[in-house]
Design a protein around this ligand. Structure first.
Ligand code: S6P
Ligand code: ZN
Length: 190
């Protein structure tokens, strides 16, 4: 008779549980350069947690056809009028797509194509987001509670943070009179 086992990892809203879940914590000091208002950033505690990522890598990174999964939790908060958000990235292999799905809280997914055209999709519990290849993606928490969302991406996708570090997104998401607004990023070329 074949053995029947529990899965290695379980999904308990809103966390990945089990071994070997890998946890990454991004504090303000790690991501300060992503925010437009450096002065506002400097006035906040650099030890403030901005977001955490729990990931499961069941295969190695070079496995063509393999899949990874993870949950990101973005804390509520702002740097100046800009919401707490992730660094954002293109995939190293540009054509690699990804799924995001909202679990708790509310936010926005920023999607920027290679022509630097940026759009945003609302995230909420139950929302599903298809991130096409060749598209940089960044998420922001626009609510007063933790935003948690799941992700599934191809194991060999890789992450290109450098392009975003150098060129930024063409639009930033700010709190304008109490509501999220996608506005031109004045610090980068169009
Ligand atoms: C991986 C996927 C997510 C992000 C996470 C943090 O491809 O898109 O797991 O890694 O949301 O964002 P970032 O931009 O700091 O990696
Ligand atoms: Zn990604």
């Amino acid at each position: 008779m074949n053995a029947i086992a529990l899965p290695a990892i379980e999904f308990h809203t809103p966390q990945l549980i089990g071994k070997p879940v890998e946890k990454l914590v991004r504090k303000l000091r790690d991501v300060q350069e992503i925010f437009s208002n450096r002065k506002a950033c400097a006035s906040l505690d650099p030890e403030t947690v901005v977001y955490e990522v729990e990931s499961w890598f069941p295969v190695t990174e070079d496995t063509e056809g393999g899949l990874f999964t993870g949950i990101t939790h973005i804390l509520p908060g702002q740097v100046g009028n800009e919401y707490f958000m992730t660094k954002g990235h293109f995939h190293q292999i540009r054509n690699r797509s990804e799924y995001y799905f909202g679990i708790q809280g509310t936010g926005m997914l920023l999607l920027m194509d290679e022509d630097r055209v940026t759009r945003a999709e609302k995230m909420y519990p139950g929302s599903i987001h298809y991130i096409p290849g060749h598209t940089a993606h960044r998420t922001a928490n626009t609510g007063n509670t933790v935003l948690s969302f799941g992700a599934v991406w191809l194991a060999d996708a890789g992450h290109d943070y450098e392009t975003i570090r150098q060129q930024g997104f063409s639009r930033i998401l700010i709190n304008l009179h109490g509501a999220p607004a996608l506005v031109k990023n004045e610090q980068v070329p169009e």
